[in-house]
Design a protein around this ligand. Sequence first.
Ligand code: NIG
Ligand code: FE
Length: 413
Amino acid sequence: MATLFKNIKELIQVRTEPISFVSGKAMSELPTIKNAFLIVENGLISDFGTMDTCPDSNFSEVVDATGRMILPSWCDSHTHIVYAGNREGEFVGRIKGLSYEEIAANGGGILNSAKTLQETSEEELYQQSKDRLEDVIQLGTGAVEIKSGYGLTVDAELKMLRVIKRLKENYPVAVKATFLGAHAVPVEYKGNKEAYLKLLIDEALPKITKENLAEYIDIFCETGYFSVADTELILEAGKTYGLIPKIHVNQFTAIGGVQSGVKYNALSVDHLEAMRDEDIEALKGTQTMPVALPSCSYFLSIPYTPARKMIDAGLPLALATDYNPGSTPSGNMNFVVSTACIKMKMAPEEAINAATLNGAYAMGLEDKVGSITKGKQANLILTKPINSFGFIPYSFGMNQIDKVYLKGKEFFV
Ligand code: NIG
Ligand code: FE
């Protein structure tokens, strides 16, 4: 039961030796093989090389990739795909001049999504979310992290996490779940944030871990949301339940949350639109992956994460969508890669490394996905006929994907 992909114009992101992530100058190296073959067995990459060394065996399926390229699927390490309804009304409000912060202060924002989600049944939430997951898979995503955080009650947070679990069971894509109960202070706890944090710690966390619903814990560390002290309280509590931190930090203001992430050995610190020199310094030499979300900057018209400064300082960087109803109603990793090149001055090699290998690391999946390496899952993008991988970000907003494969099988809806 082996599939042969033959005559591949260029096989992208070939890592013969397994590697966790790339940082600094190494981000501009994207190893490839021209005129290549790739063999998939039992859903895993079993062999690859140049066509002149292609084995002459019997294959159950042969795909002729003449003129086309193969890349590992995109690894989207930061999403909020499970949500109910949308916030198109706020979009129009912002066009007319309101800021994201003003909308949130008027009862919109995360609290608006939480109200809708609380009134939506688990089945309906699943149906809405699975459509989004199918959309992003067709756009080339083969591994995805999904957060809770639009429930803001114990029951509604559990509802979200159960939907994530069901998506994970029903789709061949790799899924990781993150508990983001501390996304905003719910209306009922206005002025009493401490009691809400206590509810998350004393009631939500034990239930989540009992049902094994999450691997990561997240918090929105931001002025007007949760402080550095709140962040450390939540991360500490998560740690006692074996949950690894991944935090929303430095989106609008830099208040020291990056340092807390490093202190708690966070797997990733995400957003980072507002970065001070000391925040870049704090990340040097750590195992914490910085994650940029350029579609969010695009949609909210806020600064982009200073990728050039960070990579030039020797840091690694991952790219993710942040797909959510408020700040990024788009889960298109192709657009993310393009925008990183166009607005953040990342080279195509850097952006592709950030959206594959480094994204896989940012969700603890670096030994399973993110590169063309023997033994990794055959989650692959087969492009249309194109002349170079740089054409993917260059032709922004266009779709250069012909087919996507998950565990070696073509994905159809
Ligand atoms: O990552 N910044 C915090 N949370 C989400 C947006 C939440 C929303 O507006 O619904 C984000 O951008
Ligand atoms: Fe987010």
